[in-house]
Design a binder for this molecule. Structure first.
Ligand SMILES: Cc1ncc(COP(=O)(O)O)c(C=O)c1O
Length: 359
């Protein structure tokens, strides 16, 4: 095992540690009992997030999952149908919470995580008593399983407009809306505007240790507060965490362009490696999908033994996420290590033979 070496961690943009300045802000946070509604730092964060997303109100929640699930809970009834794109986080990675907590099912529109208004309409059930009733339509921007790809503002608006015309509510899973905004050069408020509700995360590209927000009309946010309490998600002096999120929001958004440049550099390098394939056109933000000839899990294991942590997102697909805690130099090293791991797996060389000193 070569774990005495510092690892470069590209498994996710959630792995970042709070910076010293963020820790300082958290330490100095003025707090109160947020369940009683008097934590000033939480109030400041919620006001700021509402302002940035252009919504009437916002609620600080523990995670992106809670934000999405609250959006579903407050905009559906048990037995309803929720339409999302292929590979949606709420379908793939939220432990069937929508079924367990809200009693809804999903229909999938389009392919690859993106869909058009007509593809949306194609999966709407007829208004008969024996069909599930559609009540909510959602998109994910950027789309995680689609490799961090960005919805074009016009395409997103078209879907939300059609949902509204059909009488459905619309939700934007904006866990990485900050990345989408930087990538397409359109402000967050404009990207959120077509949707009734939005969930955003502070603990991914923005680098806060904890937290997300559910944003929308005041009445729905007030209902969301009730649901959050019901699910055990209301916390007391949580301003300590809100301070980290506030710091992230004001200091770590513009720098996301650096993460995107790092992702592109990694993608370009890996596209030249034998046994790897990268669709360069799909690298739009901080996520890179790398298809590999051997099983991705084997390559990831070998990479770990060389000092690089990277995730397998499919049988032959690796996913790398760039973030606040990786420098350009580390990205160059990561590309070397990954190329080497791939080479070794393809040639049957075991990790025991790997020479750590070349790091
Ligand atoms: C698009 C998207 N939505 C929601 C979430 C859930 O966030 P959390 O891990 O904070 O529950 C994630 C997490 O990676 C995500 O990628």
């Amino acid at each position: 095992m070569l774990h005495c070496l510092p690892m470069i961690d590209l498994r996710s943009d959630t792995v970042t540690r709070p910076t010293p300045a963020m820790r300082e802000a958290m330490m100095r946070a003025v707090v109160g009992d947020d369940v009683l509604g008097d934590d000033p730092t939480v109030i400041a964060l919620e006001q700021e997030v509402a302002r940035v997303t252009g919504k009437e109100a916002a609620l600080f929640v523990s995670s992106g999952t809670m934000g999405n699930q609250i959006a579903i809970a407050v905009q559906t009834r048990p037995g309803d149908d929720v339409i999302m794109g292929e590979g949606a986080h709420a379908i793939f990675y939220e432990s069937a919470a929508a079924a367990a907590l809200s009693g809804v099912q999903f229909s999938v529109a389009g392919r690859g995580g993106f869909y058009t208004p007509d593809e949306l309409e194609a999966v709407v059930h007829p208004p008969v008593a024996w069909a599930p009733r559609t009540s909510l339509v959602a998109i994910e921007n950027t789309h995680n399983r689609a490799g961090g790809r960005v919805w074009s503002p016009a395409a997103a608006r078209a879907v939300a407009d059609r949902a509204r015309a059909l009488g459905f509510a619309s939700h934007l899973d904006g866990a990485r809306i900050w990345n989408a905004s930087v990538a397409c050069g359109v402000d967050v408020e404009t990207l959120c505007a077509p949707f009734d509700t939005v969930s955003v995360c502070f603990s991914k590209g923005l680098g806060a240790p904890v937290g997300s927000a559910f944003c929308g009309p005041r009445e729905l946010v007030s209902e969301a507060r009730r649901v959050r309490k019901r699910w055990g998600g209301a916390m007391r002096q949580v301003g300590i965490l809100a301070a980290g999120a506030l710091h992230a929001l004001s200091h770590h958004r513009a720098r996301l362009a650096e993460d995107h440049a790092h992702a592109r550099a990694l993608a370009e390098r890996m596209a030249t490696v034998e046994g790897a394939r990268v669709d360069l056109a799909s690298v739009e933000t901080n996520l890179v999908s790398i298809d590999v000839v051997p099983p991705a899990a084997d390559v990831a294991r070998q990479a770990r033994d060389l000092g690089l942590l990277i995730g397998a997102s499919g049988r032959h697909r690796l996913r790398a996420a760039t973030h606040l805690d990786v420098s350009y130099e580390q990205i160059e090293t990561a590309a070397e290590l990954l190329a080497r791991a791939l080479h070794e797996v393809m040639n049957g060389t075991t990790s025991a033979k790997a020479d750590a000193t070349t790091r």
